[in-house]
Write a protein that binds this ligand. Structure first.
Ligand SMILES: Cc1cc2nc3c(=O)[nH]c(=O)nc-3n(C[C@H](O)[C@H](O)[C@H](O)COP(=O)(O)O)c2cc1C
Length: 291
């Protein structure tokens, strides 16, 4: 069988690699750039940006488990205006494209964040995080209801002047229906998927170790769950699918491409291997024989 090229084209942009750095695991890319760790990265996806600054959740925010990581960051970020004025100018020289991850508590907030950020020319597009709670409508994640996903996607497409991917949730609802709804609303891609809900309870106290009770769980063991979802979603939509979750080696990336992903994100692995993007690309080149 012939393998897909490892250089990619998406949204009219050329990428040196299918590997994107997943939201929340590399800030806006500046630190990894200084360490020389963006070599081999196709793109950086930023930490989530909300309209107002958010201080995030109380500690502990990260908790290692025997086979993975629980995170409860709580979308800590300095807010859209600060990102526009101070952060984006500082990352205008990244060696790879930047995508901004956007979060909100209402359909309108997603559009409002983009209205602020569109003043900058630094980023090539957006990733819309519909895993956060829809506070304005009862608190369930936006992503569990295809009708709400459609409305978010439509609201974003009315204001965004560049492409956007809707990052779906695996925690409730039908992800295939949500992906179809995102496409119908105008999304230029879908990201499959955000973290799986997880929890750690101290059996001596009976209480959750994480103050917000449930957290996002990531682990290489989740790879088959992500492969299945990427395969299902890519058979149902015509927009590109970006995978997110479970990657720990070059074979994993190639498997996700074979499942139908156009681009493949890597996140938790960066905590141990900050230069993972280049390492994964080198591994894939060896495996496929591409120079
Ligand atoms: C510490 C941490 C922070 C994260 N923050 C965000 C975020 O702000 N927005 C978002 O959409 N996903 C966020 N994620 C999810 C990742 O972008 C990614 O989808 C997930 O970690 C799965 O990929 P992995 O298995 O390679 O880690 C975060 C994940 C981690 C571990």
């Amino acid at each position: 069988m012939s393998f897909p090229s490892l250089t990619r084209k998406l949204w009219g942009t050329e990428f040196v690699s299918p590997v994107m750095l997943a939201s929340g695991t590399s800030g806006f890319g500046e630190e990894l750039f200084k360490l020389g760790c963006l070599t081999g990265a196709g793109a950086v996806v930023s930490k989530a940006v909300t309209l107002k600054p958010r201080s995030g959740n109380p500690p502990p925010r990260l908790l290692e488990t025997p086979f993975g990581l629980l995170n409860s960051i709580g979308l800590a970020n300095p807010g859209a205006q600060h990102v526009l004025e101070h952060i984006l100018p500082a990352v205008s020289n990244l060696p790879c494209p930047l995508v901004i991850n956007v979060a909100g508590e209402s359909v309108q907030e997603f559009a409002d964040v983009i209205s602020v950020l569109k003043e900058s020319a630094v980023h090539i597009g957006y990733e819309i995080n519909v895993s956060c709670p829809n506070v304005a409508e009862g608190g369930a994640a936006f992503g569990v209801d295809p009708e709400v996903v459609f409305r978010v996607s439509e609201a974003v497409s009315q204001v965004a002047d560049r492409p956007f991917s809707v990052k779906l949730t695996p925690n409730g609802g039908d992800m295939v229906q949500a992906a179809v709804a995102a496409q119908k609303g105008g999304a230029s891609a879908v990201t499959v998927c955000n973290t799986f809900l997880g929890m750690k309870i101290d059996w001596k106290t009976g209480k959750s170790v994480i103050k917000r009770k449930v957290a996002g769980y990531t682990s290489p063991a989740l790879l088959p769950l992500v492969v299945a979802r990427v395969w299902q979603v890519s058979n149902a939509v015509s927009v590109p699918v970006i995978s997110s979750g479970g990657v720990s080696c070059g074979q994993d990336v190639l498997q996700l491409l074979a499942a139908g992903a156009e681009m493949v994100q890597v996140g938790t692995r960066l905590m141990r291997r900050p230069c993972a993007a280049g390492e994964l690309l080198d591994e894939m080149k060896k495996l496929t024989g591409e120079q």
